[in-house]
Design a protein around this ligand. Structure first.
Ligand code: PMP
Length: 462
């Protein structure tokens, strides 16, 4: 993309306005003041461009969301067409619109068995917040108002509202309040960091026992739901031991606890399936919360998909449904979602990811020969690199070494955006990456990690 001088000037202005006025989501505001920001300005396929004209592979897919890649004219046209006809109208009470009804029907068709009813929102936090409110409302309606506790896990990430930051593991709660009295935290199914000397099977047994003990201690009648990402995302791309999904699901069934699957990242192709909980891990949740890939980020949109059983109770006469947002069922967002899903189906993106995802995994796993790389983990287009000071003991570098950030900066210099998170670097690129592009990303990562090792040595951290 060629940038005009005017554009560069406006980028400088954007950055100055940003520094003076813009509060960045989930960021170190102090570091931004000191170090400045990259002004993103363009996009194309699997690339993004900054305002100075530098082109990068988008290793993070916007933020785990641009599943079909950039520059999809069809989605843009669908949005514009809808904006021309009816940019917005409320769906409160008896009002509806065509894109929202059509998308709800499509999601009911794609979602597993009894998940046939859809509540639309504007993002993943709203989807999870809604899931918990719906479950609580369900129990109120059937005369069990005491059934309120939610089981979540350390390292979970479920959002950033007062309720969903509480569902999110304690790491992200430091310095902030949240509705934590509603939540009980179980251990993360983190095999790489399991206690030394414990086998993976032994670890799985421990996790399941811990969950059952917690249910019995809280009293099964006080527990409303278990919420889980099929693979934990922002908590470190943690893939649970084989069998974990089925056994946690069975415990939920045993004690009448609803299973909420947070598929905000994993749905719509990222793991090679429309809904990973059912299609990949073989469980049929009571609720699936989805967002991100539902519209590939072209519009803010989320869908909380609930079972017939829950819907039957909450739609009984006798109580109003006091839950909804102005932009629930936004027609332009739903039009984007419909077109995006049409593309995923037409281009067989799930099948494609089932082929290219393992190549991406293999390419990244090759980096494990580098001394700094403790583990590469994840599945398909949801991957993470964990850096360590010592591969054998898995000891971490001190926080001041900022290893994830250094790797991300070295990658950015070489034309790749990856997300730093403490000692981790996360990769969740668009699902349309070609094999040659995957190889190029692997080569950039190798050079960047090597350069980071040199930097760390120079600064006395290695
Ligand atoms: N759930 C998961 C698994 C997520 O990864 C995220 C965001 N990354 C959320 C929920 C919250 O979504 P949002 O930021 O759109 O509110």
């Amino acid at each position: 993309m060629t940038l005009t001088t005017n554009f560069e000037k406006s980028a400088q202005e954007a950055w100055e306005q940003d520094r003076a006025h813009l509060i960045h989501p989930f960021s170190s505001l102090a570091a931004n003041k000191e170090e400045g920001c990259t002004v993103m300005a363009g996009s194309d396929g699997v690339h993004v461009m900054d305002a100075e004209g530098n082109r990068f592979y988008d290793g993070i897919g916007g933020l785990w969301c641009v599943n079909v890649g950039y520059g999809r004219e069809e989605i843009i046209e669908a949005i514009v067409k809808q904006l021309r006809e009816l940019p917005f109208y409320s769906a409160f009470n008896n009002l509806t619109n065509k894109p929202a009804s059509a998308l709800a029907a499509k999601l009911a068709e794609l979602a597993p068995g009894k998940l046939n009813h859809v509540f639309f929102g504007t993002g993943g936090s709203v989807a999870n917040d809604s899931a918990v409110r719906l479950v609580h409302h369900y129990f109120n309606r059937i005369g069990k108002p005491y059934r309120k506790k939610i089981l979540s896990r350390q390292n979970a990430y479920h959002g950033s509202t007062h309720l969903t930051i509480a569902l999110t593991g304690p790491v992200y709660q430091a310095g902030w309040d949240g509705a934590t009295d509603l939540v009980h935290y179980l251990s993360a199914p983190h095999s790489y960091r399991r206690p030394a000397g414990v086998s993976e099977e032994g670890f799985l047994d421990f996790l399941i026992q811990e969950m059952e003990d917690a249910i019995l201690k809280l009293g099964p009648d006080n527990v409303a739901a278990f919420i889980a990402e099929p693979i934990m995302g922002a908590g470190g791309v943690i893939v649970p031991p084989e069998g974990y999904h089925k056994r946690t699901f069975d415990l939920c069934r045993k004690y009448g606890i609803f299973y909420i699957s947070d598929e905000v990242v994993t749905a719509f192709g990222r793991l090679g399936h429309m809904f990973a909980s059912f299609d990949k891990f073989g469980i049929e949740p009571d609720i699936i919360a989805s967002a991100k890939g539902i519209s590939s980020g072209y519009q803010p949109l989320s869908a909380t998909i609930i079972s017939d059983e829950i819907f039957e109770v909450i739609s009984r006469p006798g109580a109003a449904f006091f839950h909804g947002f102005t932009y629930s069922c936004h027609p332009a967002a739903c039009a984007a979602g419909l077109k995006n899903i049409e593309i995923i189906e037409r281009e067989k993106i799930c099948e494609r990811v089932r082929k290219t995802g393992p190549i991406f995994e293999k390419t990244l796993h090759k980096l494990e020969d580098l001394d700094l790389v403790g583990e590469v983990r994840g599945s398909h287009f949801m991957m993470c690199i964990e850096s360590v000071a010592d591969k054998k003991t898995k000891a971490l570098l001190p926080a001041e070494a900022n290893v994830g950030k250094r790797i991300a900066q070295n990658c950015q210099k070489r034309g790749l955006i990856v997300r730093p998170l403490g000692q981790l670097n996360i990769l969740s690129p668009p699902l349309t990456l070609e094999v040659a592009q995957i190889e190029e990303i692997g080569a950039i990562l190798r050079q960047s990690i090597k350069a980071t090792m040199d930097d760390l040595k120079k600064d006395g951290f290695l």
